[in-house]
Design a protein around this ligand. Structure first.
Ligand code: ADP
Ligand code: MG
Length: 424
């Protein structure tokens, strides 16, 4: 039988999270003066850029406090980030020029964009910058050595920055052992977490180690295969698990229901069945959708033809595109009494506005719970889009900037970019 999940004790995640108490820039500034020192900051400025304009500033804005903090301590800050996937080539539309302008506004200080992240020209550029200014090194992924964690490139990055202090604030890239998130740390005396990384690790760490019960998780998105390890890890922590999104249909199928042409991963139907049995044995309540929205295809033009369908009695050949209103009610009943709520992955095809209703509802529930004192943690690129669309970013306890990194953390995996930092 296909086994995607490593056979490991489920409690492993607890040990990992507990071990990840990392020194922060605030801790470091009590030990050494940052005044006049060069500090290298790996930020996650990987934002969507279209036609030379930044389409979503969230990640840049959230990177600002760490850079601002270092500037206020009198440091010369050298920031680096990747943008997109230029795969070791210089690509004009992947330059950090539009990012630099947004960063400048976010930190209210001049940001000078260096011509490269390696080589003598970039090094001279950093040397000619004074304390109180910020240098942004050009896209690290213009060098193939970045994703290969190549030692020679890591050394060059370090040399360009002239820094003996390394700060990782890029949670979204912390699950990758790349030159700027991992290799470079070999060359510095201090390697600490930035304020954003610390916030992410604290919020997610609470879910992993000491969440207040009842703990409810809601998992959606398109593929069961990418979410199964997370579901498995959540079994050890949750009282209730809600399942929506395209994933739901593999579970519906596992229960013997007809799903038309909905998204399904046939080879994972037995795993879905096994998961439900395991949850039952552990006393974890799994809530699967009892109704859904069904459409003839995924085109927006067809969305006026979408209908409501009952999971147990559906016989048609449409495609399931969102959870239905009864399911929204069921999910609400579970989330409203939770003390801790973790959510990743949309409930439907949110790219079509009419199919975003289930996801909008869950987003509002996360905000509602946060406002009444519960802990809600939401993450994943697509979930984040909805949070921003509804203007609820500040109303939710913690919105994670990490997609893959957040999932790996919740799976109980060690994040290489975090592991390599100094312990508290
Ligand atoms: P996240 O980025 O938040 O982790 P995923 O990448 O796992 O989420 O999933 C997001 C995608 O899932 C979206 O592009 C959305 O269209 C898709 N999706 C959600 N529900 C369905 C569905 N019923 N059928 C097909 N795709 C779906
Ligand atoms: Mg995604």
């Amino acid at each position: 039988m296909l086994r995607l999940l490593p056979n490991r004790p489920l409690c492993r995640g607890f040990a990992v999270a507990a071990a990840q108490k990392k020194k922060t820039i605030a801790d470091l500034s009590k030990e050494v003066s940052l005044k006049g020192k060069n500090v290298f900051v790996r930020a996650d400025l990987n934002v969507p850029v279209k036609g030379g304009a930044v389409k979503d500033k969230t990640r840049i804005n959230l990177s600002a406090p760490t850079i601002r903090y270092l500037l206020d301590q009198g440091a010369k800050v050298v920031v680096s980030s990747h943008l997109g996937r230029p795969k070791g080539q210089v690509m004009e539309d992947k330059r950090l020029t539009p990012v630099a302008a947004v960063l400048e506004a976010a930190i209210r200080a001049p940001v000078r964009l260096a011509p490269d992240s390696a080589g003598p020209e970039a090094a001279a550029f950093v040397k000619n910058t004074s304390a109180g200014e910020v240098v942004l090194l050009e896209n690290t992924r213009f060098h193939a050595g970045e994703t290969k964690n190549d030692e020679a490139y890591a050394k060059q990055l370090h040399e360009v920055s002239g820094a003996d202090i390394y700060v990782n604030d890029a949670f979204g890239a912390a699950h990758r052992a790349h030159a700027s998130t991992h290799g470079i740390t070999k060359f510095v005396s201090h390697k600490v977490a930035g304020l954003l990384l610390d916030k992410e690790l604290t919020a997610l760490g609470t879910i992993m180690t000491s969440p207040e019960h009842p703990v409810v998780a809601c998992i959606g998105g398109s593929k069961v295969s990418t979410k199964l390890p997370v579901l498995e890890s959540l079994l050890a922590k949750c009282d209730t698990i809600l399942i929506g999104g395209g994933m739901m249909f593999t579970f519906s199928k596992a229960q013997g229901y007809h799903i038309g042409r909905s998204l399904v991963e046939e080879d994972l139907v037995p795993m879905a069945k096994e998961f439900l049995a395991k949850a039952k044995a552990k006393g974890v309540k799994v809530v699967l959708p009892r109704d859904f929205v069904v459409a003839p295809d995924l085109e927006e033009a067809s969305s006026s033809k979408a209908l409501h369908a009952d999971v147990a009695s559906y016989k048609g050949d449409g495609i399931g595109v969102d959870i239905g209103p009864l399911t929204v009610g069921d999910f609400h009943n579970e989330i409203k009494d939770a003390k801790t709520f973790f959510w990743n992955g949309p409930m439907g095809v949110i790219e079509v506005p009419r199919y975003a209703l289930g996801t909008d509802a869950v987003t509002r529930m996360a905000a509602f719970l946060s406002q009444k004192g519960g802990l809600a943690v939401v993450g994943g690129g697509d979930s984040l889009v909805t949070v921003q669309k509804l203007g609820l970013f500040d109303k939710i306890t913690h919105v994670s900037t990490g997609g893959g990194a957040m999932l790996e953390f919740v799976e109980g995996k060690v994040l290489p970019g975090v592991e390599v930092l100094d312990n508290k």
